[in-house]
Design a protein around this ligand. Structure first.
Ligand code: GLA
Length: 350
């Protein structure tokens, strides 16, 4: 179905923002704005075919600009944290914006979530382009990023990330949608049942920077290898859960051969029957249980978002990789092409 476009307000800097609506032949409807590439709504059927909006967000652009905890946004240049906002690359030390306590988070003060992307619609989706100038938020090199959102008739929302640079730079692009599969973000997600295809995770320090250890999930509340409710163990007396105030950790995905996307996670919500599967080419998945939501944000339709009213599944390389040589590299060099694919597949349980 053709993509439609309507106005969605004007940024504080006076730029006109549009909202694009994608629909497939099976009732799924995704609305995306060019500001931050934000998915502002995603309507998906429950087991009775009833549509509801399964992502958190706001009604107005002003709310997204003022106080959004990355609802629905594209994240770059670097998803998650870089310790002390500092890294050394080819013997040169770079200093980035510190926008999260002592650390750099999600690309800095004005990351890819807060810029207006250049959007070109096509039949089943959108191509979003942004050129990040050399030195932006402290990063080296001009980075040309292209992200393609495709909605298929198989109820998949596909994200294809590409980037190239003229100087070596870290790159770690992701998508920060908050889901609540029960619909309309009206209650917490603790009863959602999660499976993560990960034997290991990266424990963090008190500022949520990986310690460098790659730990087994076995015998810990991080073991989601069999389907387990988010809330089943979230309040256990566990040092890692205390640091994240719940789940806010990178899982090391099981990768067995092949370069294509592999199943990383499955989430099921029993009252609606909605199921979501996440496939990715990335080595990591940040599972965030919405711990920092605290009832101060009023979202779409005036709904107040309390703690853990949404969860995120951010496919990515590991946090703080530029400072951990043992982690898979996030450095992109001139002449190389950054490519990454993630698929969210929506369905219902029988
Ligand atoms: C990411 C981080 C969290 C938090 C959210 C936004 O998922 O890992 O700690 O900062 O973004 O609130």
């Amino acid at each position: 179905m053709p993509v439609t476009r309507e106005p969605f307000g004007t940024t504080r800097e006076g730029k006109a923002v549009s909202v694009y609506t994608l629909k497939n032949g099976r009732g799924i409807e995704v609305r995306v704005i060019d500001y931050g590439g934000i998915i502002v709504s995603l309507r998906a059927p429950d087991r009775a075919g009833r549509l509801a909006d399964i992502v958190l967000g706001f009604d107005s652009l002003a709310d997204y600009e003022r106080s959004s905890p990355y609802f629905g946004s594209l994240i770059g240049r670097y998803g998650n944290r870089i310790a002390g906002g500092r890294f050394t690359l080819d013997s040169k030390t770079y200093t980035l914006a510190r926008n999260n306590g002592p650390n750099h988070l999600h690309g800095g003060l004005k990351g890819f979530d807060k810029v207006v992307w250049d959007v070109t619609p096509f039949e089943r989706g959108l191509v979003l382009r942004y050129t990040s100038p050399d030195g932006e938020e402290g990063y080296p090199g001009t980075l040309r990023a292209t992200v393609t959102y495709t909605l298929t008739d198989q109820n998949e929302l596909i994200f294809d990330y590409e980037a190239s640079t003229d100087r070596a730079t870290p790159v770690n692009l992701t998508q920060h949608s908050y889901f609540n599969l029960a619909g309309d973000g009206r209650r917490d997600v603790l009863a959602h049942v999660v499976t993560l295809y990960a034997d290991r995770f990266t424990p963090v320090d008190s500022t949520l920077i990986p310690t460098g250890e790659i730990a087994s999930v076995g015998g810990t509340p991080f073991d989601f290898r069999t389907p387990t409710a988010i809330g089943a163990r979230i309040n256990q007396d566990d040092a890692q859960l205390r640091r994240g105030r719940g789940y806010d950790h990178n899982f090391v995905l099981d990768k067995s051969g092949g370069a294509g996307p592999t199943l990383a996670a499955r989430v099921e919500e029993s009252s609606s029957g909605r199921v979501m599967e996440i496939y990715t080419t990335e080595p990591g998945l940040q599972f965030y249980s919405g711990n920092f939501l605290d009832g101060t944000l009023r979202g779409k339709g005036g709904v107040v978002y309390g703690q853990r009213f949404g969860f995120c599944m951010e496919t990515q390389h590991f946090p703080d990789s530029p400072n951990h040589s043992a982690f898979p590299s996030t450095i992109l060099r001139p002449g190389e092409q950054y490519r990454s694919r993630t698929i969210y597949r929506f369905g219902v349980a029988p």
